[in-house]
Design a protein around this ligand. Structure first.
Ligand code: IYR
Length: 220
């Protein structure tokens, strides 16, 4: 049996305090938008590292923490990623994607052009460890990998926003080229690229709306 220790770090709050905190956080976090127009303003490593510490604290299946984050800042590496991503995206937008999918994307105004992969100061490439490798080289089964990495990614996106940075979830398809460019082992599968930086001063976002809460919440 693993040794157990007292829980720490969760303050005891009255209902009124809970409400105040919940309302304040809602007002900040619901203002997050996916940003595609980035400024070239740099972001300190320290800030990215602090946000990644949050992501790496996410709950995970059997506490296996099946994630790896590559922080990409080197312009030459960003350029290679952009070139590969745009080649795949062109194939997607010019034929591979069914019309139904393109219709669903139309309100977002996306296309195969991905300048943000070079313009933003930082790309966090998130890998999912589909299985682990023991010190003796044996494979170790990982559980709930997609859920775990998704939760870590969500925590990262939310933290970046609360810190004051913009981000974009980008999923080029196919994505395996990232293993080669970033020298990651074959048990790691690219999960997504999180483009991170400051929004450009003239950044715009599509005028799209969120579902009303009564549509996404029910009670019994
Ligand atoms: N990967 C493509 C297409 C794309 C797909 C979905 I689903 C989106 O929400 C947005 C884009 C691209 O990045 O353009």
């Amino acid at each position: 049996m693993t040794k157990r220790i007292p829980l720490q770090g969760l303050p005891q709050r009255t209902d009124a305090e809970l409400e105040t905190h919940a309302d304040a956080l809602r007002d900040v976090v619901t203002r997050r938008r996916t940003v595609r127009d980035f400024s070239s303003r740099p972001v300190p490593d320290r800030v990215i590292d602090a946000c990644l510490a949050v992501a790496a604290s996410a709950p995970s299946g059997a506490n296996q923490q099946p994630w790896h984050f590559v922080v990409v800042r080197d312009p030459a590496v960003k350029r290679r990623i952009r070139t590969e991503a745009e080649a795949g995206e062109r194939a997607f937008y010019e034929g591979r994607a069914p019309d139904e999918w393109l219709d669903a994307l139309a309100p977002l105004g996306t296309d195969a052009h991905k300048p943000f992969l070079e313009e933003a100061p930082c790309l966090v490439v998130i890998f999912a460890e589909t299985y682990g490798i023991e010190t003796d080289g044996e494979k170790r089964k990982h559980y709930y990998v997609q859920e775990s990495v998704g939760i870590a990614t969500g925590m990262l996106i939310s933290t970046l926003h609360q810190v004051g940075l913009a981000s974009l979830t980008h999923t080029p398809s196919p994505m395996r080229f990232l293993n080669e460019i970033l020298d990651r082992p074959e048990n790691e599968r690219p999960y997504l690229i999180l483009v991170v930086g400051h929004a450009a001063t003239d950044a715009t976002v599509p005028a799209i709306e969120r579902k009303s809460l009564d549509k996404v919440i029910s009670r019994r």
